[in-house]
Write a protein of this length. Structure first.
Length: 146
């Protein structure tokens, strides 16, 4: 039996440069590798940019917490998807100033109040990625129930 600690306080990753530009291959805890690159002319656009990975991270963090909360409320989730876009600053560093997240939830017993409660709890106390940017980036979450 593997006695691996699931909720460790320390996470580690490894990345390695694989060309003479900005293309990296990275992984965490021996999981599948991820290709990270930058747009030309500095990179070759062969992988996700760091900001794309950040949007993926925020979206999956929020999505995971919302799904867990809805399931705890005994909601039947038939399908769940997220569309996210981020607006970057014009000046350097060109980080996000606003992020818009759209949750699309197919359910036969989930109401707007349920989703709003799950989003609020996720923002306030569950999603660590959202907590890291709170106060620095405007995050707007909308949803639709199918």
């Amino acid at each position: 039996m593997n006695n691996q600690i699931i909720n460790s306080n320390e996470l580690s990753i490894n990345i390695s440069l694989i060309n003479n530009k900005l293309h990296f291959i990275g992984n965490a805890e021996n999981k599948e590798q991820i290709s990270i690159d930058y747009i030309p002319p500095y990179g070759d656009n062969l992988g996700h940019t760091s900001l794309e990975l950040f949007l993926l991270s925020l979206s999956s963090c929020l999505g995971s917490s919302v799904l867990l909360l809805l399931r705890k409320m005994n909601k039947n989730i038939i399908s769940f998807s997220i569309k996210t876009n981020g607006n970057r600053r014009e000046t350097h560093p060109t980080c996000f100033e606003k992020i818009n997240i759209q949750l699309i939830i197919e359910s036969d017993n989930t109401k707007a109040d349920d989703i709003e409660k799950a989003i609020k709890l996720s923002e306030e106390s569950i999603c660590p990625v959202w907590a890291m940017i709170k106060g620095n980036v405007e995050v707007h979450v909308n949803y639709s129930i199918i």
